[in-house]
Structure formats: structure tokens, C-alpha cells
Design a protein around this ligand. Structure first.
Ligand SMILES: [Zn+2]
Ligand SMILES: [Zn+2]
Length: 353
């Protein structure tokens, strides 16, 4: 039996772009719960948008002063009574929201959409991964395949899972060319997974030259565009003027959303994954007369996350290639500063050397 120490280091986000380092008790697993030693805990765009700068969120995005971090991955060190599957030593990814288990959304595996008062997301309403240990529900945990690293697992627990779900919604296949607007971490994930799912050409748009360079350098996009004014020519050239069969907006930016729809081919599919804000577009011209299917897609299901992990191994893909900055927990201030600047790839807090 591994014994955890009585206290641990943890990080909270009090708002005002500050990071607070605290020492808190190490929790004990209750019925159906496991205690994980955290090995990787990455930073998500929504941590920046709704918590770090200011506590903007409401409902499912209301931050309640807990230990931050909703992309955790670690190793089981203690198992509570009533656990059915996990054992000490298991490496697990945590689907980062625990729901009531009883409502329609939970029954579908999308605890993210649970409306019950029992719903709690790690790093938002229950303690998250920016700590040495994490208490998780066994049913939220998914075994991490041997071939994947803890950092790979952390990235799947929100960002890559979200990207995968958007691509599933669009039914991406080898018949499709893919446009990704916004090349932050979710956009990079969408480009990587979209190609693995068969997209023959991947075009990426982001106003940050650094992000476009990173996507090109990693071979995730065939065509990278940082000047929106040149995108039309790039899409025309790559698709013979037809547009992309699938477009996924990962930016949440109003004009990028319009752009994604504009460059979706007639009868194609467009998915909005990037959160927040609004959009305005010419409904007849861009949607109705082009017979386009427009989807919204929020996070993913536990099952799809499990399937993604299995497929990453078969595809021989490592999400961690999009990580450009790794920090220790005591460097969380710097980690958040870099993530907030919006010019990096993924930023991850790691415990391994
Ligand atoms: Zn997230
Ligand atoms: Zn529920």
C-alpha cells in the first residue's frame, strides 16, 4: 500500500491573473473513489478565459475556489471501498466532469451536460489536477494505454477529447478536406486527429504567426495561413474553388466562425467547438442555400475518450507533441503567464523529470 503524505502542494486561481500556492490535506478516497498521484496537468484555454484572468463563468463554468486544473492524468495510489475495476498502480486519464449518473446526459456518457446539483468538474467545482494528489470518481477514470505518456493522457482529458468529438460530429473521413480556424491547442489537436481520421488536406488559420509556424513545423497542416485576407486564395487553390468538405472553428472568434462557414463546401459540415462570444452570418447565402450541416460540440463522452486513447496507439500519435512549454507545479505562475499570452502551443505542468 502506497502511503500518501498528510499534506500536499496545490494551486488555486484567485482571479486577477494571479496564481496562489497553498498547502492542503491529501484527501482520502471515499466509496467508489480513487486517489491519484498527479503526473501531468495541462492548462486549457477555458482556464485562462473563465478563471485565471477573472472568474467569468456561471453554471458549469462557475469556478468555486477549488484546486485548479481540469486536465489531469496520474497513477492510482489508493482505492476506496466499492471500486470495481481500478487498482493501485493503474495509470489513468480523468474525464474531468463527474455527473449525477442518472440524467439523460449522464446516461449518454456526456456528464459535461449534466444539469443536476451533483455535477462537478475538476478544477471548477471540485479539486483539480494542479496538486500532488487528486481525488477522482472511479467511473470518471479511463485506463491510459501503456504506449501513451502521462502528458498524452492529460491532453486527451479535455482538449484532444473535445477535438475528437467535433470531428466525429462532422463524420470526417478520407473523402474530406478539412479547414481548422484557430490553431490553439484544440485547433492543433483537430488538425492532428482530422488527418488521422482521413482528411486528405488540412488547412489551418490563426492570426498568430507563431502558432501557424508550429502547426506547419509539426506537419499538422498542409497549408498554414496567418493573414485572413489570403485564406480564400489558399482554400481555392487547395480545393479547386469548391471549399472544404469539413470546417471546424476552434477559435470562438466571431469572424473566424463566419470564415469557417464561408469556406465550407456546399453540402459540407461545419462544427463550432471554440467557446464564448457570438457570431453573425448571412444565413441564406452561407448556410441554407449551401445545404450545410452546422454543429455545436461540447467536450466529449467518456466512451469516445476511451476510444480515442485506443486509436491514438494504433495511429502511433502522441498528443504531447503539441506541448511547447513544461513547468513544475512551483512554476505555475510562469506556466499561466505563457498560456495567457496565446502564442504558445500547449502548456503543461509535469511531475516527471
Ligand atoms: Zn478544457
Ligand atoms: Zn447527470
Amino acid at each position: 500500500m502506497t502511503t500518501a503524505p498528510p499534506t500536499m502542494r496545490a494551486v488555486r486561481l484567485p482571479g486577477g491573473s494571479r496564481v496562489e500556492h497553498v498547502t492542503v490535506p491529501v484527501p482520502e478516497p471515499g466509496h467508489g473513489q480513487v486517489l491519484l498521484r498527479v503526473e501531468a496537468s495541462s492548462i486549457c484555454g477555458s482556464d485562462i478565459r473563465a478563471i485565471y484572468r477573472e472568474h467569468l463563468g456561471e453554471g458549469p463554468e462557475a469556478y468555486q475556489g477549488v484546486v485548479a486544473g481540469h486536465e489531469p492524468c496520474g497513477q492510482v495510489v489508493a482505492v476506496g471501498p466499492g471500486c470495481l475495476r481500478l487498482a493501485e498502480g493503474d495509470r489513468v486519464v480523468v474525464y474531468h466532469i463527474a455527473g449525477c449518473g442518472m440524467c439523460d446526459e449522464c446516461r449518454r456518457g456526456y456528464a459535461v451536460g449534466c444539469h443536476s446539483s451533483f455535477r462537478a468538474a475538476h478544477g471548477w467545482q471540485r479539486d483539480g489536477g494542479h496538486a500532488d494528489y487528486l481525488l477522482a470518481e472511479e467511473e470518471s477514470c479511463i485506463l491510459l494505454p501503456e504506449a501513451l505518456t502521462f502528458v498524452d493522457g492529460a491532453l486527451v482529458s479535455c482538449g484532444f477529447g473535445t477535438a475528437y468529438e467535433g470531428l466525429l460530429r462532422a463524420e470526417v473521413s478520407g473523402r474530406d478536406r478539412l479547414l481548422v480556424t484557430g490553431l490553439g491547442p484544440v485547433g492543433l489537436a483537430t488538425a492532428m486527429l482530422g488527418r488521422a481520421m482521413g482528411a486528405t488536406t488540412v488547412i489551418g488559420l490563426d492570426p498568430s504567426v507563431e502558432r501557424v509556424r508550429l502547426a506547419e513545423h509539426l506537419g499538422l497542416v498542409d497549408v498554414g495561413v496567418s493573414d485572413p485576407g489570403t485564406l480564400a486564395d489558399a482554400v481555392t487553390e487547395s480545393t479547386g474553388g469548391l471549399g472544404c468538405e469539413v470546417a471546424v472553428d476552434c477559435s470562438g472568434n466571431a469572424s473566424a466562425r463566419e470564415t469557417a462557414l464561408r469556406h465550407t463546401r456546399a453540402w459540407g459540415r461545419c462544427v463550432y467547438v471554440g467557446e464564448g462570444g457570438t457570431v453573425t452570418f448571412a444565413v441564406s447565402d452561407l448556410l441554407i442555400h449551401k445545404q450545410i450541416r452546422l454543429h455545436g460540440s461540447w467536450v466529449t463522452s467518456v466512451l469516445h475518450m476511451e476510444q480515442l486513447l485506443e486509436q491514438l496507439v494504433r495511429w502511433d500519435l502522441h498528443p504531447e507533441v503539441v506541448v511547447t512549454h513544461r513547468y513544475r507545479l512551483d512554476q505555475a505562475d510562469e506556466a499561466y503567464r505563457v498560456a495567457d499570452a496565446g502564442e504558445s502551443g500547449k502548456v503543461c505542468i509535469v511531475w516527471e523529470d
